[in-house]
Write a protein that binds this ligand. Structure first.
Ligand code: FMN
Length: 336
């Protein structure tokens, strides 16, 4: 089964990096952007309340233009709040706004948003309509294939059909159920079984919709194969833990030469200089880069320097440059 993309909104969704709280902050996104210039990046989830009531909206929404195209993921279930939040966010230059209907944490459930909304498609419909009215940018949904004892066949079809009445047609689907009681958010990303086939069937039966597959994708060959079957793929943990896969996938999709890890490291050190000058510290940046040399002989050394040592040297961006040079020579020695 191969699905052909009908959407023509100028956004390339072949390779997306998932929203991840506490992980995909602006420094992480800058790093991912260097690795994959063609990828569509997502913010961490920001609640509509935080956007509407914060004294400092900038803190949640400001980003480096280099991160774009960038999708803002919002959480909420009150149409008027979401409307206001998107209005406020409009001027920040996001390419798309995404509603979180997939996150199963207790905090999210008590606020009546996230994955529990899969059981309330009418509310999601109203939310999406309100978001749509607030912007001319695309609106999308990120959801699971179901929650609790919801039927993954009729339940997902019903959800997608109902919320599509808003006119939105872009769905990022984490291909496993969320179990709303008894499992931690982390367990909810591993214990419910993956069902890529279910998402593929949804895409095949709804060719007018843009369906992006998410969940458990980490093998390059498998990902490339899925990219040809779906409108795109969304990587979460693999992008974070083995970030160089983003560069490999970008190179594969565009035919451009693979960027060198040392080049990425140099550019991140230059970026760190700016962040440090503005009052930030080195570890805020390097904590996202620990997996860059995974699979190479210098990987452990890199992780230690950028993890533990970076904490002790908060203004020393040369730590990135020098460690990358050493990792490179370790790798060369191994080859020689
Ligand atoms: C640390 C972490 C934080 C996450 N935060 C969010 C979030 O804010 N919003 C969301 O929709 N999903 C969130 N997720 C779920 C991911 O977006 C993704 O759907 C999930 O990890 C499955 O993809 P993967 O198997 O490629 O990691 C988070 C995942 C992780 C690991």
């Amino acid at each position: 089964m191969t699905v052909i993309n009908k959407l023509n909104d100028g956004i390339n969704r072949q390779l997306c990096v998932a929203p991840m709280m506490d992980w995909t902050d602006r420094h992480c996104r800058y790093f991912h952007r260097l690795l994959a210039p063609s990828a569509l990046l997502f913010t961490e989830m920001v609640t509509a309340d935080a956007i509407c009531h914060s004294e400092d909206t900038e803190r949640f929404l400001a980003h480096n233009v280099a991160e774009r195209p960038l999708v803002l993921q919002v959480g909420g279930s009150k149409p008027e709040k979401l409307h206001k939040a998107i209005k406020l966010a409009n001027k920040f230059g996001f390419s798309e706004f995404n509603l979180n209907v997939g996150c199963p944490s207790n905090r999210v459930q008590s606020g009546q948003f996230g994955a529990c909304l899969m059981l309330e498609p009418e509310i999601v419909l109203e939310c999406l309509m309100a978001m749509k009215e607030a912007t001319n940018k695309p609106i999308s949904v990120k959801c699971r294939i179901g929650v609790d004892d919801m039927d993954v066949n009729s339940g997902l079809d019903n959800f997608v059909q109902k919320v599509s009445k808003s006119g939105i047609s872009i769905f990022y689907i984490h291909a496993r159920k969320a179990l709303l009681s008894g499992l931690s958010p982390k367990e909810n990303r591993t214990i419910p079984p993956l069902n890529h086939e279910r998402v593929l069937r949804l895409a095949f039966e709804n060719p007018e919709k843009t369906i992006i597959l998410n969940g458990g994708l980490k093998n390059k060959v498998e990902i490339i194969s899925k990219q040809s079957k779906f409108h795109g793929v969304m990587l979460g943990r693999a992008a974070y833990k083995t970030p160089f896969i983003l560069a490999e996938l970008h190179s594969n999709a565009t035919g451009k030469p693979l960027i060198k890890k040392c080049t990425i490291a140099r550019k991140m050190a230059d970026y760190a200089d700016n962040v440090i000058e503005q009052g930030g510290n080195l570890h805020q940046i390097t904590r996202h880069m620990l997996g860059l040399f995974n699979g190479e002989s210098g990987a452990k050394y890199w992780r230690r320097q950028l993890g533990e040592i970076a904490r002790l040297q908060p203004r020393n961006s040369d730590l990135i440059r020098e460690t990358a040079a050493l990792c490179r020579s370790k790798a060369l020695r191994k080859v020689a």
